[in-house]
Design a protein around this ligand. Structure first.
Ligand code: ADP
Ligand code: ZN
Length: 580
């Protein structure tokens, strides 16, 4: 034991020295130098975000684009005031957190070694030591983000704004016996502002923000994930009211498989259980809200979605053209943009860009302008930035979808919507969109009259036609050979509907009242079912084609409008189809 301890102490000292070494090496050697005169021009152009004042010969500055540079320390008396007038963040070295980093690291190394000494294990030490330092990141120092810093996604914003009052005045609600939401799940594609919204919630409510990422919990050493969750909640409770943010919750809350666990997932379960326990462990009136984010809601464990947990789910989507304009405006606020730049036009040309990508675009443009030593950011800077942003992640997402794809999607979605409205005016089409969501390409929502208990055969037939409307529109506009793969899930739905119609609900005379599942389970032939299903689908498809052909003008109007506006509301749909 004595020998072991000595070895560990020596090891910790060596590691501490290495960490300190790395730290100093980084902070001293890697920083690019900026001539002082250039610094002044950057300052005037509003490109400087932060300056770290110190007594050293050099001072550190951070540009809006995140770049860290060093320049000569002017040691002027009123330097700080001058910087503040330029709206630059001034940090005085004494209060600098970064100075504490080596100490914190050393302490965590030592602490960790002690834990390990008692546990008598050592293998994973190095790996987990890394993780340990990011237990929870408190974001209090960063500028408080408010809802006005989030553009678009109005519905999501509204439902988060509700929470502000819950956090601030929980007593009011509990007095009325209302059960307050504890968890909100934000789901949608990456870069759409989920983290930003959670921060805004904390910012508006004026409470601390605690953030972790689910991916930090994967493959941690036994029990550590769970204890980290407990610690996170303990910290949050100590801070009083607060917002806890768990990014990538899917990586710790995946659907649990029954039966044998592949190694590692048992630990995931333990972490998930700890989270569920903690969430039911605080009182309604404590004013703690847990916000979780994921790109994939479909793979989440159901236990997470039950009442008292993440029972509010808010979808966050890629921005439509209006929201893109808002986001672009937001991220141009502190940039010298030339008057010739029409952000509306930029918004039009950035279909399928997420908020993060738009931010990136403006940032790249600013960098390009700074490199050009231009006075302002011009259209050509944005143009060049556009291509470098696109090239950067061409393979990863859909941003490169060209105008032609946009048109195809528009016709496809317009086809669904038009068929729905033409079959019955009572069918409510509440929204048509060509912006992809987590559920897939394009989007189209329809509310069939819900006030009845049963569906009739006629209803099912109509629904099948609506499902086929997308493909039918493609065929009419582009020809039989040019139809796309975009209809795959529609066809799945249509096939399912027709099979249940004739094989479950007994709604076809030729098939009669037989049940398809029983035939299949007893290995009896169900050829007749397949034959009838195909006949019915074919006939319905022809009818759908007919309806659309007779309303070609309407189809074109809808599609054109979709290409321009990307999203059309219920009133606009009715207006475009029926002119009222
Ligand atoms: P997510 O958590 O959904 O992946 P983030 O909140 O991390 O996305 O977004 C990254 C950055 O992109 C934000 O910090 C912000 O600069 C920008 N951004 C994303 N969405 C928006 C939006 N709706 N309004 C303004 N900025 C946005
Ligand atoms: Zn479709």
């Amino acid at each position: 034991m004595g020998k072991n301890r000595k070895r560990i102490i020596i090891l910790s000292i060596v590691i501490s020295i290495i960490i300190v070494g790395i730290y100093f090496f980084r902070s001293n050697n890697e920083v690019e130098q900026l001539p002082y005169t250039l610094f002044l021009t950057h300052l005037e152009r509003g490109l400087v975000e932060e300056v770290e004042l110190s007594n050293n010969d050099k001072i550190k500055i951070k540009l809006n684009n995140g770049k860290i540079l060093e320049t000569d320390n002017p040691r002027k008396d009123n330097f700080k005031e001058e910087l503040l007038l330029y709206e630059v963040n001034v940090i005085e070295k004494e209060q600098q957190l970064s100075q504490l980093i080596p100490t914190i690291l050393i302490l965590s190394v030592l602490g960790f070694m002690v834990i390990h000494l008692s546990r008598n294990t050592s293998r994973q030490a190095a790996k987990e030591m890394n993780d340990l330092s990011k237990i929870d990141i408190q974001d209090e120092n960063s500028k408080r983000i408010k809802f006005k810093d989030v553009a678009g996604n109005e519905e999501a914003k509204e439902s988060l704004m509700d929470m502000v009052d819950f956090i601030k005045n929980p007593e009011i609600y509990t007095k009325f016996g209302a059960r307050l939401p504890r968890g909100i799940l934000l789901y949608g594609p990456p870069g759409t502002g989920k983290t930003l919204m959670a921060k805004a919630l904390a910012g508006e409510a004026g409470v601390p923000f605690f953030a972790v990422s689910g991916s930090d919990f994967v493959q941690v050493y036994a029990g550590l994930g769970a204890s980290r969750i407990r610690e996170l909640f303990k910290n949050a409770k100590e801070a009083g009211k607060s917002v806890i943010f768990i990014d990538e919750i899917d990586s710790l809350g995946k659907k649990r498989k029954s039966g044998n666990h592949p190694s590692g997932s048992e630990e995931g379960d333990r972490t998930l259980n700890a989270l569920l326990t903690e969430m039911s462990g605080f009182n309604d009136n404590e004013g703690i809200i847990v916000v979780a984010a994921t790109n994939r809601v479909d793979i989440l464990d159901d236990a997470l979605l039950r009442p008292g947990r993440f029972d509010r789910q808010v979808e966050i989507n890629l921005p439509d053209v209006k929201s893109r304009y808002e986001i672009l405006k937001l991220h141009s606020r502190n940039k010298p943009i030339s008057k010739e730049v029409d952000l509306k036009k930029v918004a039009l040309e950035t279909v399928y860009f997420s908020g993060a990508k738009l931010e990136n675009l403006m940032n790249e443009a600013a960098i390009k302008a700074a490199k050009d030593k231009s006075k302002e950011i011009t259209f050509s800077h944005i143009d060049k930035a556009y291509f470098s942003v696109l090239v950067g992640d061409e393979k990863k997402d859909r941003s490169t979808i060209n105008i032609n794809d946009k048109k195809i999607t528009a016709y496809h979605e317009a086809g669904h919507a038009l068929v729905a409205k033409l079959i019955s005016k009572d069918n409510r089409v509440t929204k048509v969109s060509i912006i992809p969501s987590t559920r897939g390409m394009g989007g189209f929502s329809i509310n069939l009259p819900q006030d009845k208990m049963y569906q009739t055969k006629k209803d099912i037939l109509s629904n099948i036609k609506v499902a086929l409307g997308g493909r039918a529109a493609e065929e009419i506009i582009y020809g039989k050979d040019m139809v796309t793969t975009g209809a795959s899930s529609d066809l799945e739905k249509a096939t399912e509907m027709v099979l249940s119609m004739i094989g479950v609900f007994g709604m076809d005379e030729e098939v009669g009242l037989m049940n398809y599942n029983i035939l299949a389970n007893n290995n009896l032939s169900h050829k007749i079912l397949l034959k009838r299903a195909k006949e019915i689908l074919d006939k319905l498809y022809l009818e759908t084609l007919d309806v659309l052909k007779q309303n070609l003008d309407r189809l074109k109007t809808l599609a054109d409008n979709l290409v321009i506006n990307e999203v059309i509301s219920e009133e606009e749909i009715n207006q475009l189809i029926f002119g009222k």
